[in-house]
Design a protein around this ligand. Structure first.
Ligand code: ADP
Length: 159
């Protein structure tokens, strides 16, 4: 049976840190669904459609990666696509507590889905969508942090 994993997140916007996790996950699982969680509590810069479009563009060379958006519980999306795993990235110790909470909750809601953590590459350990947005807003060079299409989209937003 096909081993499907989901990679949920805000991706506002996708960075090289996200991409690295997706790429590495796609080597382990037969199919990876990148899911833009449309969480209304978060104020996002890019609409869900824009975020999806950017992810589609930068993963277009990865045949076993699919992109979608979802409003609701991560475990419900996992069930919908018959995923056996949730992939999350870990950067610093500061990520741990948040991830521990999310993983425990997800396990409570559905203990059939495992959460897998992929440790970030050192060079991306400080990288987040927020820091990229902050740098882009004030004209900083973000070319080493995000793919070119994302850089262009950010510049357009802040023009
Ligand atoms: P969320 O709001 O769900 O945390 P994010 O878009 O911030 O959404 O992150 C989605 C996933 O990508 C999370 O598992 C996060 O830890 C991971 N991630 C984000 N930035 C990096 C990075 N630089 N290196 C590795 N993983 C990352």
């Amino acid at each position: 049976m096909k081993k499907v994993a989901i990679c949920p997140g805000s991706f506002d916007p996708i960075t090289f840190g996200h991409l690295d996790i997706i790429q590495r996950g796609a080597k382990i699982f037969d199919e990876v669904h990148v899911v833009v969680l449309n969480n209304s509590a978060k104020n996002s810069l890019f609409s869900a459609e824009e975020r999806i479009e950017l992810i589609r563009e930068v993963t277009s060379q990865m045949p076993n990666v699919k992109v979608d958006s979802f409003q609701g519980l991560t475990v419900d999306y996992a069930k919908k696509v018959s995923a056996i795993a949730i992939i999350r990235g870990l950067r610093a110790v500061s990520d741990f507590e948040y991830e521990m909470q999310g993983t425990s909750m997800n396990r409570l809601l559905n203990d059939q889905v495992e959460t897998f953590f992929i440790m970030t590459k050192n060079k991306y350990s400080f990288l987040s969508s927020s820091i990229v947005k902050e740098a882009a807003k004030y004209g900083g060079d973000i070319s080493k942090l995000v793919p070119q299409v994302v850089e262009e989209a950010l510049h357009k937003k802040f023009k």
